[in-house]
Write a protein of this length. Structure first.
Ligand code: B12
Ligand code: B12
Lengths: 145, 485, 485, 145
């Protein structure tokens, strides 16, 4: 999937007005343990900060956590901003509890459809473990240890 | 000690100036509530027979424990439909009350985004915000909701600045507000200095007091949900310290909302100790006439994504609130792991908890050695922190709080707030009680520190391995991972 | 004192004569198990790694609390399908065990009706009996079921005469039997004299002991479900008295199955007291090497006909078993109010209870004044009855029991058994504890009697009315009536 | 419904091998309170005993309780036996948890169909209160107090 040389580096943070950061914290520990450089931005992170951090560490991927239910709204436009910033092929993941209505959250194909439309490469439910996230990114980056 | 903020009651002049210049202009709907007299009169009428504080007193007198479900959806129709459903199908009325969630854009004063969310919800025919955008809808819609519900209501719009939300809620006859400061910064904020947060909240507290003084008793939430993963000592400290800030502004009814760690004895100890110390400290500072009610807020960590496990959580959290003799048990629902609660989910919780109350017959955890020890440990920690604050602040709790956070001797784990040092490390012991593995710069009395470490040693022994960081991480998800996954 | 029965171990001669002449001929499948050596050998092999008594010991040593769901459907296919479902989907294995119900025709030795029920079930494609007719199906089918399950199994075929059922179950590697006598008469019988019931059960107990002596440890259930509405004093007495009967026959492992009244402190007191007194009385009569395990049997009164309320019951009953530190928590299901439990319902219960155990972290109710008082009251009642029996029976518990029932100083309410006088009146107090309103001819020590009446006076006061008969009736359905109906 | 002069008398008992008697006990109290003569037979009652008692007190109705799940089986033939004993128009009610399989118990029209087939006048689920049972019988007997 990735067209570039993997750099083993990720940006992790919780987007928008979302204050949840425990999931991101767990992810940070796991990615560091897996040998990644991590820019961990905490919570309540505006889109632009993700991009700035990605440029700064030359990130392979941005891992957007969204827990509070408005991820479908907060993630709009991120892919475009990435492209504008020259991060054309950066991998975008979203994860958490990304939709406030149960109708959507329990209809996972619909969640996937929406995030694909938003230009994300993958989206994860909150049952995804940190190890699962690491494994997925490694696979997408073609990293075999 | 060059803090701007002091724990001093806002003068009326100052209050109304802030109201006019800072609060009401935050969004266009502020204009609808300019006339405070009209607001108080309307609130009085609308909450007649459904007053939050009075309901608490009545329930306590009768020995009835209330239930408090939580609900919040984008559109007013969804709200009314949901409240009605839970009150009738779930049997919430008459021995219940509501916590209504606003959405997180509203909480961050991003009313433009909230407006877009309303639009989007209409278009999609679904609730796309995680709560009801009270400010965008304004006071008349809030009154419509008030009329539709049979039980008292309070608003949970917790974040930096809930002033305009609370203004609208109170004017609509919802009779709850918040006594917040450290709680909010720890839970929901990123940048705001504590001084500023205290200043903002002095307004909200004063507002609640003004309504109370004018004949509409307002009961504020003084809460310690914090990061959802805090020691009971820290939680109780947050509540006790905030009680002084609220009481100074004239609040007469305070609901102590205790985030539960799901450790029965420790949670009961937290609830008892924090109420006792609130009374004591308030009395010491001359606020002798504040009344306190208590509630258990269900576990604020990761919930399990399946019905039966979620029901076990609902039951155990309610059981703790019952055994602690709380005035009310707040409820989460089977939807917790997935999304904002549905009306069906909340109705189910009410049924479950109500039946639990029935079969538990109001039994509470008797006084016992173990409980006394936990209480003593929490009390020691809280007293140490309180005295240190009062010392540092020269008797001013607001100043002391700010200094304590700055210096890092007031500290907890996992806050998104950058002013929190986050040096402490917290872990569960062999009985699930939450302990300091590393208290960082928190000035724990030696006795308390040793007690916590001794308890953790018990876990290491039970599991036959050294304490390690993996345990900290695993603890975070201990209640959400289903067997076999 | 002209009782035929005595609390004396059956000689091998006598045992095998009864076996040949009385038990195995009860139904044609008795022939399959004539060779006891073969049975023991097969049982040993089949229960290898799944032994009931050993699993209890292991769990206790490791500090793990087990779960015991219950299941019984007419056809073997339904059984295997159900057990597998609960063990995998419900996550019962490995920390669980099974109670398997036989149907009520089997329990009354009406094997012809059971056969018709099997036929009927096949024709209708549904389970028309309320359990699995173990005798009709015989030992090979029972072994098939044993092989299909991963966890220890015991049979609940409680009624007058469970000898042939137990013979088949033990020969199939299910390692439980029953130490029954008064419990059965009170629960399930109409006419049988207690003497005869004791005689019958001496055989079953001896059978269990023989298996144990030959290397297949059998753990019997010594249970006090009784009418489902008995005082804890009566319940504990039933268990303690039966422990002497079972121990005399050589039983080494006894599971004390305590019917819960859902009154937390009183139930915990029951469980603790009855185990303590079983040990004490057994030791006194020279049965020093009997080991006891404890379990809570969920409330045996009317259950609520809706999911959430049923889940509240499952949770509260499991919580009591947890807080009492029981070796296992027995489970009912959301189907309780309706019909025999489905596999889905039982799987749900296992999930719920398992999660509750997880979040309760093995905490138990600490020792405290209230608990001590309840224990003391139960203990006094039991001691009085035990001593009176031993006195009347000249040191023979079997004789004493019979005399006590005859005279009516051993008595409870609501038994279908005509030899029970039913003169006592039982009612709940303000905290839901079960008390004697009228102890009839039960020789309650004055202290205990007064304590019960005092507690009931507390209820009258709380409800602001005199105690009356309506309260007795209402208590029977307090947990089953849904709000608003 | 009833063709005869109501006598305000009922037989109550739990049929077959069924040992449950608390429901019957509650019914007994309620019918007595409502001025009925009651022959309360307790539990584990054979069909013939119901009939003997009905003859003895000249009963308007037999109230058969069946809790343990095999009521559908145990109630077979009772109507015929009544007729043979000359109790042609006696009212027969059944109540409790009359069917072991949840499939039937939760499909109430099916329960009703089966008991109608067995010659019963009414069948009640266990949510029926004692007062409800009294009211139903009074209605069927045309008793208005
Ligand atoms: C703890 C918690 C809080 C704490 C947060 C503390 C903190 N510092 O983070 C507090 C109490 C402060 C809080 C506040 C609020 N919360 Co909250 N909270 C939770 C709760 C109970 C657990 C979340 C958690 O920490 N889980 C543990 C961590 C380790 O797991 P995780 O976050 O799921 O992360 C894992 C995976 O999801 C995955 N992952 C996460 N992100 C990503 C991203 C990528 C790319 C990948 C690959 C993987 C991945 O990896 C992690 C490791 O396994 C959830 C409900 C639940 N899930 O049980 C509600 C929940 C998230 N909260 C919710 C809400 C609405 C709020 C509030 C608005 C208040 C309210 N109305 O209840 C405020 C939010 C205010 C704001 N501005 O954001 C809702 C969101 C509703 C929705 N999605 O529709 C939830 C779902 C509860 C609910 N059902 O109502 N909350
Ligand atoms: C208490 C109880 C017992 C006690 C009985 C004590 C006693 N002396 O009666 C004990 C512990 C002894 C017991 C034993 C057994 N029980 Co039981 N028991 C119950 C329980 C929990 C409550 C019943 C009760 O007393 N309710 C309170 C009374 C007041 O209500 P009621 O009986 O429903 O009666 C009311 C109405 O139904 C109505 N009514 C009743 N009959 C009639 C008749 C007419 C004509 C009318 C109009 C109205 C009417 O009026 C009453 C007043 O409101 C039920 C489950 C439940 N319902 O919650 C299981 C239950 C009845 N038992 C059951 C079973 C299977 C057994 C056992 C075989 C053991 C086992 N496998 O669990 C044995 C039976 C052995 C035997 N030979 O009968 C099953 C039956 C399954 C089915 N129907 O498919 C049930 C439903 C539990 C379950 N889901 O598995 N049990």
């Amino acid at each position: 999937m990735s067209k570039r040389q993997a750099n083993r580096s990720v940006v992790i943070g919780t987007i928008g007005a979302d204050a949840h950061m425990i999931g991101g914290w767990v992810l940070e520990k796991a990615f560091r343990a897996a040998g990644f450089t991590v820019a961990f931005l905490g919570a309540v992170v505006p889109q632009q900060e993700f991009i700035n951090a990605a440029i700064e560490i030359d990130a392979d991927a941005i891992l957007v956590s969204s827990m509070y239910g408005m991820g479908v709204l907060d993630c709009e436009g991120l892919r475009q901003k990435c492209i504008e910033a020259g991060l054309d092929d950066i991998i975008l993941y979203a994860g958490g509890t990304v939709a406030a209505p149960l109708e959507i959250e329990k209809n996972w194909p619909e969640v996937e459809r929406r995030f694909e439309e938003l230009g994300f490469d993958r989206v994860f439910p909150n049952t995804c473990t940190a190890e699962g996230a690491v494994a997925a990114l490694k696979a997408d980056l073609g990293i075999v240890d | 000690m060059d803090k701007q903020v002091k724990n001093v009651r806002l003068s009326d002049d100052r209050f109304f100036k802030i109201r006019r210049e800072e609060v009401l202009p935050q969004w266009e709907t502020g204009r609808q509530i300019e006339d405070l007299d009209e607001c108080v009169a309307a609130a009085k009428e609308l909450s007649e027979g459904k007053n939050y504080a009075r309901r608490f007193m009545e329930a306590r007198d009768k020995g009835v424990q209330l239930l408090t479900p939580q609900f919040g959806r984008t559109l007013t129709e969804y709200m009314i439909e949901g409240l009605t459903h839970v009150e009738t199908e779930g049997g919430l009325a008459p021995d219940g009350m509501w916590i209504i969630f606003s959405d997180s854009y509203t909480r961050k004063l991003d009313f433009a985004k909230a407006a877009a969310g309303i639009e989007r919800s209409r278009r999609e025919g679904m609730s796309m915000l995680n709560g009801w955008p009270i400010v965008n809808f304004g006071v008349e819609e809030a009154r419509r909701i008030r009329r539709a519900s049979q039980v008292p209501m309070t608003l949970n719009s917790t974040d930096e600045d809930g002033r305009l939300s609370s203004e609208i809620a109170l004017a609509a006859g919802w009779n709850g507000a918040n006594t917040r400061s450290l709680q909010e910064c720890i839970s929901h904020c990123r940048d705001i200095p504590l001084e500023e947060e205290i200043r903002i909240n002095q307004y909200e507290s004063r507002l609640a007091a003004i309504y109370t003084e004018r004949g509409v008793p307002i009961c504020t939430h003084n809460c310690c949900n914090c990061t959802g993963y805090d020691t009971p000592g820290y939680r109780a400290f947050v509540v006790v310290s905030q009680s002084l800030l609220g009481a100074e502004q004239g609040i007469k009814y305070m609901f102590l909302e205790h985030g539960l760690n799901m450790s029965l004895i420790q949670d009961v100890a937290l609830i008892k100790t924090s109420e006792r110390l609130c009374r004591e400290y308030c009395a010491r500072f001359g606020y002798g006439d504040v009344d306190f009610f208590t509630g258990g807020y269900p576990y604020l960590g990761a919930w399990p994504p399946r019905l039966e496990e979620a029901h076990a959580m609902i039951a155990w959290n309610a059981a703790i609130a019952i055994l602690a003799g709380c005035t009310t048990a707040i409820l989460k629902s089977e939807d917790e792991a997935f999304a904002t609660p549905t009306k069906e989910g909340m109705a189910g919780s009410v049924r479950l908890a109500r039946h639990l109350q029935k079969v538990a017959w109001g039994q509470t955890l008797p006084d016992c050695e173990e409980l006394r020890t936990e209480e003593a440990m929490i009390e020691l920690e809280v007293r140490t922190l309180m005295e240190k604050c009062l010392d540092a602040g020269d008797g001013d709790m607001a100043v002391g709080l700010c200094l304590g956070v700055e210096a890092g001797w007031i500290d907890t784990m996992f806050s998104p707030w950058r002013h929190n040092k986050g040096r402490v490390l917290v872990m569960r012991d062999a009985q699930g009680a939450v302990r300091y593995w590393d208290p960082g710069d928190v000035p724990l009395p030696r006795e308390v520190k040793e007690y916590h470490l001794e308890k953790l040693a018990g876990r290491a022994k039970k599991e036959g391995r050294e304490l390690d960081f993996q345990m900290v991480t695993a603890d975070l998800q201990f209640a959400s991972i289903l067997p076999g996954t």
